[in-house]
Every structure is written in structure tokens, then in C-alpha cells.
Design a protein around this ligand. Structure first.
Ligand code: ZN
Length: 137
């Protein structure tokens, strides 16, 4: 039996990180842990820890990327909700058994070993949901 342990992060697409940080960091007072480039996804990300979770601000670095197209089509706003699970394969299996449509058929892996997959918003009542399994060990 697989469990969902926490909200890992909420990702928000923004036009400019600096502008968004004036709200999230300066006005609301959240700490900025770090920013990083993700060349594979054409995005620059600012990480703002909040309790056991994080707010991730995503600024596209290429207009033709997935995030770039999202911004052009819908404007700035919430992009996805990420839930940490203990066993991503077991979770995906369980979702398939409940006729939930997955965007990724198998988990993808980040350089740090984090494994992730997305659930289609059609199956999640309009919300893009990411599943995330922390590196083991
Ligand atoms: Zn995410």
C-alpha cells in the first residue's frame, strides 16, 4: 500500500522571477532558498521553502518550451501541485486501476535521483498533479 506523504511543492509560472519575488519574498516574507537553471525544461526556478513544502516559481527561458507556451496561452498562474509519494510505481499502478490518465507512462528521473510523473488534469479535476518520489538512501 502506497502513501502520499506531503505536498512537495506548488509550482507557479511567472513572467519574471524578480517581479514575482517582490511579492513572494519581499511582501509575504518567504525565504528564497536558491534559484537554479533547468536547461532541459528551459526554465529558471526559484525555490521558496514553506513548512514541509516549497513554492516554486518557474520562469520560462524559451517561448517554445512547455512552460513558455503555458505562459503565452494562460498568463501567469498556478501550473501544478506536486505530491510526494513513497513508491511512485505503486502509486501509478493504483491510479491506472482507477482509470486515471497519466501523462508519463513511466517515471522520469532528475539528475539528483528524484523520480517524477505527471497526472493528466482531465483526471484530476482541472489540476495538473505531479508525483514525486525522493531519492532513496
Ligand atoms: Zn514540480
Amino acid at each position: 500500500m502506497s502513501t502520499t506523504s506531503r505536498i512537495a511543492h506548488i509550482a507557479i509560472v511567472v513572467e519574471k522571477l524578480d517581479d514575482a519575488l517582490r511579492f513572494w519574498r519581499d511582501a509575504l516574507g518567504l525565504p528564497l532558498a536558491h534559484t537554479e537553471q533547468n536547461p532541459a525544461e528551459n526554465v529558471e526556478i526559484a525555490f521558496l521553502p514553506l513548512g514541509e513544502s516549497e513554492i516554486e516559481l518557474l520562469q520560462p527561458t524559451a517561448p517554445e518550451s512547455g512552460i513558455g507556451k503555458f505562459l503565452a496561452r494562460r498568463g501567469a498562474g498556478m501550473h501544478h501541485l506536486c505530491l510526494e509519494v513513497e513508491d511512485i510505481e505503486a502509486t501509478m499502478e493504483r491510479l491506472r486501476a482507477h482509470d486515471v490518465e497519466l501523462i508519463n507512462e513511466t517515471p522520469r528521473e532528475r539528475p539528483d535521483g528524484t523520480r517524477y510523473a505527471f497526472i493528466h488534469p482531465k483526471s484530476a479535476f482541472g489540476v495538473l498533479v505531479e508525483l514525486y518520489e525522493a531519492p532513496r538512501g
